[in-house]
Structures are given as C-alpha cells and as structure tokens.
Design a binder for this molecule. Structure first.
Ligand code: ADP
Ligand code: MG
Length: 353
C-alpha cells in the first residue's frame, strides 16, 4: 500500500508544497476507507476551518464505505447480496445515483465492467486472506452468473420509499471498481461548494481528483506508476479540475506455480483479464469515469480500448495504456498534459489518434 501511495505523495511533496508554502498553507487529513489509505489536501486561507471541513469529508467517506462495503454485514450492498432475490431499500439518493451510474458504465463498456463479478472475486480469494485458483469447471459456473443486466433497480416515488435494488438468488454485486471514483466526484463537489479553489483528493489505489490548480495557478502534477516497478513513476500528468485513475495488475495479485493472478477479472471468463496490458490510466473531469473505465479498458485491452476511446467522445476521457511488454500508448487529447518522468525520457510513447 505504501508503494502505491508513493507516487501521489511524491507528486505532492515535489510539486505542490513549495507552491502552497508561499500561498495558503496546505491542510492535509488522512483517512482509511474502502480498504485503502486516502489523503485529502486543501489550500485555503482559513486553516482551522479547512481542517474541520476535511474532517467532515472523511466522515462522509466512512459513511459511504459502511453503505457500500461488500464484506461488512451491516452494509446495503451486503444486504442486497444476501436478500435471496428480495428487494432491499436503498439507503439514500446518493447510493441510488451511484448504482445508476455504475450500471450505465457496465452498459456502455459492453460488460467489460460488470458489478456482478463479485462471486468470482471471492472465489479467487481477493476479498480475504487466502488466495486460490478455482478449477476450470468452477470458473465456467461463475462466469455464467456474471450479468449486470440482472441487477434490478427501481426509483420508487411512493411515500417514504427511497428506491430499491434486487439481485437474483446466487448473484452478488460489488462496487469496488467504481466507488472510489464516485466518492471522489462527491467530495470534489463539496470542496467547490464551500469555495475552496485548490485541493487534491487522493482516494488511494490510484484514484485522484484535482480541484482547481495549485494555489499559484499552475496545474497539479501527478505521477503515473510504472507497472514494472510500482515504486516509481514513469510519467507525470498535469491536472486542473480533472481526475485520474489507474488500474493495473500490479495493484493486487498473487503468484502460484510461476503464474501471476491479479484482481481485475474478465467477466466473460471469471479469471484475471489477460489482455496484454499491465496498466491503464484514465484522465477525465469525472473521477467515476476514471475509476470505472480504467478497470474496463484493462479488461478490453489496447486495440479494443483505443477503439472505445474513439467511439465515445461523449465520455470526455483520455487514457494511457502500458502493455506487459512495457510499450506506452497515450490518446491524442492527453499529449500536451503528459510527460515522461526523469529516468524514463528514452521510452517511446505512441500517440493514439
Ligand atoms: P482498485 O479497487 O484496486 O482501485 P479497480 O478500480 O480496478 O481497482 O477495481 C478492481 C476491483 O473491482 C476488484 O478488486 C474487484 O473487487 C472488482 N472487479 C474486478 N474485475 C471487475 C470487473 N471486470 N468489473 C467490475 N468490477 C471488477
Ligand atoms: Mg476502477
């Protein structure tokens, strides 16, 4: 976890603190939610007020986590997964909005993102301590039950009804691939609402949202982790009122008999997605798009992912693909905001048009 945070922290200390020192003091708070360490930084003249406000945001993160966790027995998601096909009332409009957004992303990605992959994630042991490789027959049975179109959602408008969700018996969902992005957008909205114009919200595991620019007006500069050496960053992306999210096989994995198995699964096979990619980074004004699409593009692979980018300008995203061979591809709209980091200048970058 420390390694994963290193690049974001480095980016903060190298590029942001000198600016913040001359300008308003940066206020930082750390939280643990959604299985990861999160760090919220805001630069504002009112240090005390900003600290209290960031504290409120971390409480909001904890609340969301308690609603969305697939493992906590008192969460909404757990309730849906164990309701035996019955409807479960959605706790509030925020969670309902997340479900709608998540399902839209499942649809637009043709199921490369599928929130009902969860039983397979569990079968591989990625939710607990013990990792294992399920048998081919088990995987086949698991893949048959992955189908986001079976998630039923209703916006009950009736008295006191807050909407409901239901899943067929035997299926389970998990919002792990999109929750941090959704939370990032939510928090960024609240930061803007209170009038803070310079903040960096690091939701951990490579989902980061920049509110405004650095206090002196230059963009935030965020490192992109090198999947081959996750302790270092191979590139820097400039962000201004923009988010970035990375999904990679290096983030959570185990090895057995010389084979590496990672936590991003192909919903068609219920097995780790082997598309030839080592990581995908998505840059977009929406952190939800960054989080959801980085997972989906990882499943699709380079060719299909690049075509998806060409076909979906309305999603307003750019992407950086790194293949397992270490080749780097960057979509044309990101070219001006993307630079190779020190020590990586000799790497070739192919621009996708
Ligand atoms: P992280 O949560 O590590 O930031 P991602 O955003 O890429 O990484 O989400 C991966 C998580 O989402 C996995 O840990 C798993 O719970 C779940 N997941 C794995 N494959 C898929 C998939 N194809 N679609 C939706 N969720 C997935
Ligand atoms: Mg994701």
């Amino acid at each position: 976890m420390k390694k994963r945070l290193l690049c974001a922290l480095l980016a903060l200390s190298l590029f942001t603190l000198p600016g913040c020192k001359r300008d308003p003091e940066p206020v930082e708070v750390t939280a643990f939610a959604m299985d990861t360490v999160m760090q919220l930084t805001a630069c504002s003249g009112d240090t005390g007020g900003t600290r209290a406000f960031l504290g409120e945001l971390t409480a909001r993160l904890t609340e969301l986590d308690s609603q969305l966790s697939a493992t906590r027995e008192d969460s909404f998601v757990y309730a849906v997964n164990h309701a035996g096909g019955e409807w479960v009332e959605v706790p509030d409009s925020t969670v309902l909005a997340l479900l709608h957004d998540a399902l839209s992303l499942c649809e637009v990605t043709g199921g490369a993102l599928d929130i009902t992959t969860y039983p397979a994630v569990k079968a591989w042991g990625f939710t607990g301590e013990e990792r294992r490789v399920p048998s081919p027959a088990e995987l086949e049975a698991l893949a048959e039950k992955i189908d986001y179109t079976a998630v039923a959602l209703s916006d009950w408008a009736g008295e006191g009804r807050r909407g409901g969700a239901a899943l067929p018996q035997g299926m389970e969902m998990d919002l792990g691939a999109v929750a941090k992005g959704f939370a990032g957008d939510l928090l960024a909205g609240e930061v803007r609402e209170v009038g803070i114009t310079s903040a960096l919200l690091d939701l951990g595991q490579s989902t980061i949202v920049a509110v405004g620019s650095k206090p002196q007006g230059t963009p935030w500069r965020i490192g992109v982790v090198d999947p081959a050496q996750p302790g270092s960053c191979f590139a820097v992306v400039e962000l201004e009122d923009c988010a970035m999210g990375t999904s990679g096989g290096y983030q959570r994995y185990f090895e057995q008999d010389g084979i590496t198995y990672w936590h991003i699964l192909d919903p068609d096979t219920a097995a780790p997605a082997r598309s030839g990619l080592a990581s995908v980074t998505v840059v977009s004004p929406s952190a939800l798009i960054c989080d959801g699409l980085s997972t989906a593009l990882f499943v699709m692979g380079l060719e299909e992912g690049a075509q998806f980018w060409r076909d979906h300008p309305e999603l307003e995203f750019e992407a950086v693909f790194v293949t397992e061979d270490g080749e780097i591809y960057c979509t044309a709209g990101l070219e001006r905001r993307f630079t190779l980091a020190e020590g990586f200048e000799d790497r070739e970058v192919t621009v996708l048009e």
